[in-house]
Design a protein around this ligand. Structure first.
Ligand SMILES: NC(=O)c1ccc[n+]([C@@H]2O[C@H](COP(=O)([O-])OP(=O)(O)OC[C@H]3O[C@@H](n4cnc5c(N)ncnc54)[C@H](O)[C@@H]3O)[C@@H](O)[C@H]2O)c1
Length: 348
């Protein structure tokens, strides 16, 4: 059955001609055209709020917020010549370590770039096999030299990354966990076919790694530090083919809350960003991803795809003291998709 929304004033009118993909649930874990324009509404929304707040008050937060407005927003060009981190920004003086850059389409890269644009010094950890060709050139483009290999299935490797980071760079203010993995066969077909090994793998890499990173990072994190991870709506509602990863994301969101309670007294905040579909390497591992994704921008309230810059805007907020009293939360960057009871398309 197709369901469309007639654009009649403010109100949606349902007719029986519209489309709901795969039996009613639209969208999946990923998708969006990489070449789609990156309008970065998060940055402009922050800017609008900042202008109003800065005019109304002279609190430190308002001053800090105002400094965001003065900064150019995250640009479309993701790789540019190296520049050192000598400019002022909302994150000036902060140090960040980002796990999960695979290439310049990675959400982790969008976040790293935005943290850098706001004045943070950014270090990287990724799978060793990706470092030479993929990660080091990206890191160099923003003047970063700390790049360490790590397979997050190995506690020793995780510990060594943080020890080396501390020995070279000192304490840490921002930790980004943008790592997930499930076997391809567990991201297709029936959920009942999920293998025991596949379940373990998905949970080990996508969930336990956050606990291990938080534990190893804690001794080196400054008070006021921020840890963030990446989740998806498939944690809450059934999304076709997301299967074991949906269950892993549910566990990741619960893990976020338990870590937030544990680390809160040390002044460390832990939050999750629930991003709408973004076309990345991992996203392509999900069966039917392209077709499930294609209708996303037609139904999500803000009517466009999600970019890594959109996610990065919220990451900057979570990394900064503007979110100083926010912990254990899941924050959506999905154009409002999660508020819909029934996604409907406009009538042509
Ligand atoms: N793309 C989306 O639509 C979307 C939506 C919501 C949430 N997310 C989440 O965002 C995060 C980043 O994913 P992405 O979409 O940018 O894809 P990506 O493929 O660019 O990043 C995933 C990263 O995980 C790393 N990884 C996998 N196994 C690892 C291991 N054993 N050790 C170390 N690193 C390992 C990969 O090397 C890669 O760098 C993931 O948690 C993903 O679930 C993605």
């Amino acid at each position: 059955m197709k369901i469309t929304r007639k654009p009649s004033g403010d109100r949606a009118v349902l007719s029986e001609t519209a489309t709901v993909a795969d039996g009613g649930q639209l969208s999946a874990a990923d998708g969006a055209s990489q070449s789609s324009p990156s309008v970065a509404p998060s940055a402009s929304a922050i800017a609008a709020v900042a202008t109003a707040s800065a005019a109304a008050t002279t609190s430190p937060a308002a001053v800090e917020l105002a400094s965001v407005v003065a900064k150019p927003r995250v640009g479309r060009r993701l790789v540019r010549p190296a520049d050192d981190c000598d400019h002022e920004g909302i994150l000036s003086g902060k140090k960040a370590l980002v796990f999960g850059v695979a290439n310049d389409h990675s959400i982790a890269w969008g976040i790293a770039k935005a943290l850098h644009d706001q004045g943070a010094e950014v270090g990287f950890s990724s799978m060793a096999s990706l470092i030479k060709r993929r990660v080091r050139p990206l890191a160099a483009s923003i003047g970063s030299t700390f790049v360490e290999g790590c397979d997050v299935r190995d506690d020793d490797e995780i510990r060594k990354v943080f020890e080396r980071y501390h020995a070279r760079e000192g304490n840490l203010d921002i930790l980004v966990h943008a790592v997930a993995y499930a076997e391809k066969e567990d991201l297709a077909g029936h959920f009942t076919s999920t293998s025991r090994d596949g379940f373990h793998t998905a949970f080990d890499i996508s969930v336990y790694s956050l606990i291990a990173m938080a534990r190893e990072a804690q001794p080196y994190m400054n008070p006021g530090a921020s840890i963030m991870t990446m989740t998806y709506y498939g944690a809450e509602k059934v999304v076709p083919h997301y299967n074991v990863m949906g269950v892993a994301k549910a566990a990741l969101e619960a893990t976020t809350r338990y870590l937030a309670a544990d680390l809160g007294p040390a002044g460390i905040r832990v939050n999750a960003i629930s991003a709408g579909p973004v076309r990345t390497l991992s996203a392509h591992g999900i069966a039917g991803f392209r077709s499930m994704h294609s209708a996303f921008a037609e139904v999500t309230p803000l009517r466009r795809h999600i970019t890594i810059e959109d996610v990065a805007g919220t990451a900057v907020y979570l990394a900064s003291s503007l979110s100083g009293q926010t912990t254990g939360e899941v924050i959506y960057v999905d154009g409002g998709f999660n508020i819909l009871g029934l996604p409907v398309q406009d009538e042509e």
